[in-house]
Design a protein around this ligand. Sequence first.
Ligand code: TXA
Ligand code: MG
Length: 323
Amino acid sequence: MAIIGSDILYAQKLLETSGVVAVPTETVYGLAANAYDEAAVLKVFYIKQRPSFDPLIVHAGSLEQIQKFVKKFPQKALKLAYRFWPGPLTLVLEKKTIIPDVVTSGLCSVAVRVPQHALTLQLLRRLDFPLAAPSANPFGYISPTTPQHVQQQLGMQIPYILAGGPCTVGIESTIVGFEGEQPIVYRLGGVCLEDIERAVGPVQVFHQGGSRPQAPGMLANHYAPKKPLMVGELPVLLDQHATQRVGILVFQQPCLDIALDRQVILAPTGNLNEAAQNLFAALRTLDTLPIDTMLASFVPNTGMGRAINDRLKKAATHQVDYR
Ligand code: TXA
Ligand code: MG
């Protein structure tokens, strides 16, 4: 199993010798390697069983570090960077050749962000290279939000998990790309759409269109638990699954028809940020209960609710529509 600890110097040593280390961020735990080191990056793809056509996000300690491997920032990208970094925002920008093609799956753009986590920021600022890091889960499964989540699934394959507590945002970063000066949201995430638009005006949201690499995190089975998950109106779903053992994911209020030990409540206070924080751990909990099927209702589709609903939709066994 991996060692779990908070020794930045040890993590640094491993990363400087082509090793792979799980690191905390405010969104989810990442599986990190030297982004300039092709062999190290290939290990990340292998450990995750990630297809080579799905590019990685490159993490750095500051905007200045990112300027070393990105050609230019469109005006609105700079605005977003100043406003939200360090934070749960990823920008897709034109890359310099120092970033190997394996990182970007051959694209001329690279996804970059400065994460907001004290330990990982300290680590990044000690290194003289950025870290390529996808979420630290086997490809297609739910992202990890605690060191234990990483240990359970990838512990046998990595030497070290830098432990930084449970993730405070709990959902992956918002990904924004550009067509010229026009920002396009590729993935909803930790910075909500309303906040992005307050910073740079109206943006387009890219909707799923197959398995193109420009459609990040949009494969049908992404973020999926092992048990079947149905998402929609709970009373209807409960009726449809009356003969099965079900566990349910509810937003705020418990459901009176179901035993309490078969329910996970995302946010008793109704706070959507709290719901986001708990979402992935809740799906993992349900996945381990003695049930046949997981049922979930959507949350209000505003603020962080949009990203939560997006993840529920992608985790669902069948394609579903928002209500
Ligand atoms: O919050 C996060 O973003 C976390 C933490 C660890 O930073 N990382 C994360 O990485 O969610 P990952 O690999 O699970 O998702 C990254 C997404 C992928 O779906 C990929 O397709 C997209 O970013 N991506 C990476 N490079 C891209 C590029 N050049 N153009 C378009 N999409 C890109
Ligand atoms: Mg992922």
